[in-house]
Design a protein. Structure first.
Length: 390
């Protein structure tokens, strides 16, 4: 039986990390929302939602959210893994065995999510790529930084020089659109299970899953490097570096994304934009939040995100459970019935609910419900759930 880590006290928590997790969750919901309420995998959004309002909000999401938040979450996963590695060493726990057990539980949770709740799961990818993290965690911060950058660049080479999915594969498929709408809106649970599996395979076809996984490994190592260098903890000591990263992320992130819109027929530039603009924009968001969290006003404004972020796994899965209930036949059956704009508004309405619930929850409990189960399964012993009152 492994000795159990005690939860970090409030004074020892890095509020910016909790805020970043909460902020990433609203961005991920923005990106995922169209796939919750419509056959987004198979359609052309320009023809499916032709109204100016829908196109406006779609453009907002493309610029500020698309491909920007999975890099942030992958970075934070690596950052958290390195914190666990350091705490394991302090406790005399053999990190590779402990972390492998933790990843195995995460893989089970991811499979439940992907095949029983919603096909757009990312936890399976984190669990599998996390095993590669074990090979690198003992390296220095500088070496982790170099290797992380090198690995993250590999997908650009693969997508540029290897034959990938054809445009037809990702083009609009009217038959798949109608099948999805009929199944998710009025199909049986068995029909939905089959469709969900079909969608998952479609999303991970050919090299897609491999390319995503390689990118995630690179981002995890970058997160581990930041943790080892303590750049997000000793902020005053590294403020000039962080400001430099903020400016770099702003210019290269949004600059690359805007410039790519003028060269959409250039495969290399599109791949560069797809791989790098999101990561640089994520870097910009990260630095804004880390620096803002150093001020009293910033801490007050960001606190709601911190509460959500402390329950990041539970809140991520809650988004899928709630949205599939709203849109699938075993719930309200509204799949294919709302506009892009309505989905956009629903994101913020639901996130406000998550903020309120999370604030109430963290005052009473040590962990979110899924985090509690994950911890219990990892350690093999029941942790303390409720906070003690004095």
């Amino acid at each position: 039986m492994t000795q159990m880590f005690t939860p970090l006290s409030e004074k020892n928590r890095t509020i910016a990390i909790d805020v970043l997790r909460g902020f990433a969750l609203i961005g991920i919901l923005l990106v995922n929302m169209p796939t919750f309420h419509s056959p987004f995998l198979y359609l052309d959004s320009f023809t499916y939602w032709p109204s100016e309002m829908d196109q406006f909000f779609s453009g907002i999401v493309d610029l500020f959210a698309q491909s920007n938040f999975y890099p942030l979450f992958a970075f934070l996963f690596g950052y958290g893994a390195m914190i666990i590695a350091e705490r394991s060493q302090m406790k005399g726990i053999y990190f590779p065995t402990f972390f492998a057990r933790r990843l195995t539980i995460l893989l089970v949770i991811g499979c439940i999510h992907a095949f029983l709740i919603w096909n757009g799961d990312i936890l399976i990818t984190y669990a599998i790529t996390g095993f590669f993290f074990i090979l690198f965690y003992q390296l220095s911060g500088k070496m982790l930084l170099r290797i992380g950058i090198a690995i993250y660049c590999i997908p650009v080479l693969l997508t540029t020089f290897l034959p990938m999915q054809s445009q037809e594969h990702f083009g609009e498929n009217s038959k798949a659109i109608q099948t999805s709408i009929q199944t998710y809106r009025s199909g049986s649970i068995l029909d939905i299970l089959k469709q969900r599996a079909t969608d998952w395979i479609y999303m991970n076809v050919e090299m897609s899953a491999v390319i995503l996984g390689i990118g995630v490994i690179g981002l995890m190592l970058l997160g581990a490097a930041f943790a080892k260098q303590r750049w997000l903890v000793d902020v005053d000591k590294h403020k000039r570096l962080l400001i430099g990263l903020l400016i770099t992320g702003l210019i290269l992130g949004f600059g690359t994304r805007i410039a790519s819109s003028f060269y959409m027929d250039n495969l290399f530039l599109m791949n560069m934009q797809e791989q790098f603009s999101g990561a640089f924009i994520a870097l910009f968001y990260m630095m804004v939040i880390v620096l803002s969290a150093q001020t009293k006003v910033g801490q007050k404004l960001l606190k709601p995100f911190a509460n959500v972020g402390r329950l990041s796994m539970s809140n991520y899965l809650l988004q899928s459970i709630a949205m599939t209930f709203i849109f699938y036949s075993y719930g309200l059956g509204l799949y294919g019935s709302i506009s892009y704009t309505a989905g956009f508004v629903l994101v913020f309405a639901f996130f406000i609910i998550q903020i309120l619930v999370s604030k109430s929850w963290v005052t009473r409990f040590q962990y979110g419900p899924v985090e509690y189960i994950w911890r219990w399964a990892t350690y093999g012993q029941k942790p303390t759930f409720k906070k003690t009152t004095h």
